[in-house]
Design a binder for this molecule. Structure first.
Ligand SMILES: *Cc1c(COP(=O)(O)O)cnc(C)c1O
Length: 224
């Protein structure tokens, strides 16, 4: 028997610690399926493209208590839209982008929730700070007073085994602690956005507070 979306959501939710926020990643997922997930109790949705999200959000305005999370790379010419459409931006991956978000957030009197995207291992296919780059930029990030910088986000490189993947998540957790110890007033890093369909159990064992799940909830996406 094929499991319904509601059944999958209930099963996965029941295996997550209460404190872990489940973000349903709905890229390439239809509005009807988003509604089914909503009916099953999901209130946090993740999208990786501004335009795709905009079209869906327009059709979901009758569901006012959704929290939208941007999880894909944000181009600087789309920052204003991102601020309008998303309460969380997990993919802040450079000081330049953070500063632009900060000044445009001030102009539009909003204060988005932010995760800083880090690369624990070198990965040419991903955006984000390396650890030394991030440590260098902390002082300036701390000055971005319109951003609520709440966490770190990471995506391990492809092709790691479980132990290597776990180590990436643990190092992300250690990095968050190291940053917190610096007592920078605007850098209260309590959230760890890590874990996708293949590796969320490892991420949770390393302290993830938000998991971003697509395929395990909605099935395989078509290849892009
Ligand atoms: C697509 C995507 C996910 C979800 O991935 P699945 O493997 O489908 O669970 C999570 N995070 C980001 C940044 C993504 O782009």
């Amino acid at each position: 028997m094929v499991e319904s979306i509601a059944e999958r959501i209930t099963n996965i939710r029941s295996n997550l610690p209460e404190s872990v926020r489940l973000i349903a990643v709905t890229k390439q997922v239809s509005v009807d399926t988003i509604r089914a997930a909503y009916a099953a109790g999901i209130r946090n949705f993740g999208e990786n493209r501004i335009q795709e999200a905009e079209a869906k959000q327009a059709q979901l305005q009758d569901l006012p208590d959704i929290t939208w999370h941007l999880i894909g790379h944000l181009q600087s010419n789309k920052v204003v839209k991102a601020l309008k459409q998303f309460q969380w931006i997990h993919s802040v991956d450079s000081l330049k982008l953070a500063k632009r978000l900060d000044s445009l957030a001030e102009e539009s009197s909003c204060s988005p929730n932010i995760c800083l995207q880090v690369k624990i291992l070198p990965d040419p296919n991903k955006y984000g700070w390396s650890i030394p780059e991030l440590m260098t930029d902390l002082t300036e990030l701390n000055q971005c007073q319109n951003l609520k910088i709440k966490g770190l986000m990471t995506i391990p490189p492809q092709g790691l085994d479980n132990l290597q993947t776990l180590s990436v998540f643990e190092k992300t957790q250690e990095l968050a602690q190291e940053i917190s110890k610096k007592n920078l007033s605007n850098l209260k890093i309590h959230e760890l956005s890590m874990g996708m369909s293949e590796d969320y159990n490892l991420a949770i064992s390393a302290g993830a507070t938000m998991v971003r799940l697509g395929r395990t909830l909605f099935g395989e996406r078509r290849i892009k």
